[in-house]
Design a protein around this ligand. Sequence first.
Ligand code: PMV
Ligand code: MG
Length: 368
Amino acid sequence: MIKASAPGKLYIAGEYAVLEPGHPALIVALDQFITVTLKEADTQGSICSSYSNGISIPWTRKNGKFYIDERENPFSYITKSVTLVEQYLLELGYDLKYFDLTIESELDNKDGRKYGLGSSGAVTIATIKAILSLYEINYTSELLYKLAAITHLSLNSNGSFGDLAASSYGGWIAYSCFEKNWVIKQLKEKSPIRQLVEQEWPKLRIQPLKAPADLRLLIGWTGSPASTTSLVDQLNDEQNEIHDFYHQFLEDSYRCVMWIIDAFKESDIKKIQQGIRINRHLLKSLAEKSRVNIETEALTDLCNIAEEFQGAAKSSGAGGGDCGIVLFNQQEEILPMINAWKEKGIVDLPLQVYKEKMTDYEPIIWED
Ligand code: PMV
Ligand code: MG
């Protein structure tokens, strides 16, 4: 039996701008996981998760390819991951096996309410890890990220795939998305996956960052779920209308996140906090111009309360609900803030940044 886990994520800075290739975001992996259990099977396989209400859905192969009745498929991220990894395995010359998959998630709360911690990214990474392990293939974080990104690309995701980078690398990362059109072109030209994952992808940058020892991250949950896909769609619809403003926003966000990345390298907490405040301001003006509700009233309460207690706060990710983040210096008292949050119905999520292994912090070059 094989067990593979992948962590959830949280955006710290650079949201929306990161949708543009080459524009950096700061993201962390969290110690809440999706775990995939894989058991080899004989003549057919099955998948079972909370998405199927705990019921096992069978799958088989048609003409040597993974096949599940689409009418019975509540988990497209899992099935696309299997299809893509099996294509990769065939190219490497492996004979395919059947298996039963069970998926367990800590990324939603007990009533099934969503925190917005990236379950679609984590389930993709954990599934890919489990299958590669079945064939005893050693994998790097980069290979996991690239296979997962191709999977999400073929599901027409409108995201930046930063969730996949955080979930496969762990810790704090600076991330910029690759040129999607370039990868789509390779796929259309039937470039083998084996070859594609070995190539350099234009504009893709994933740089692990070392957080200052005294930097403390707090996460506040507003209790109302938000859909990243639809918020990003809303912004895309508005983009032409606010073309000049958006261009300036991209440039300002680029400079702001690069400033925060420098502050990480200098271990300068005050400078990091300053960057977070500037990024909140940039996102607020984007929300105002585009009329996309990024910092909701609850998120404004969350941020303003945090600021009263010396924290630097902003909405996290697409906003519109879900979570906000606060960065503190470890020396500061945080209990009074958590109590003030409680009065406004904001829940402190007691989560930590997750790091799997020793990380190489070699700086990489960012360019436009
Ligand atoms: O709301 P989240 O945590 O899924 O973050 C979305 C961040 C965006 O930049 C708005 C979209 C993306 O895919 O990068
Ligand atoms: Mg969200």
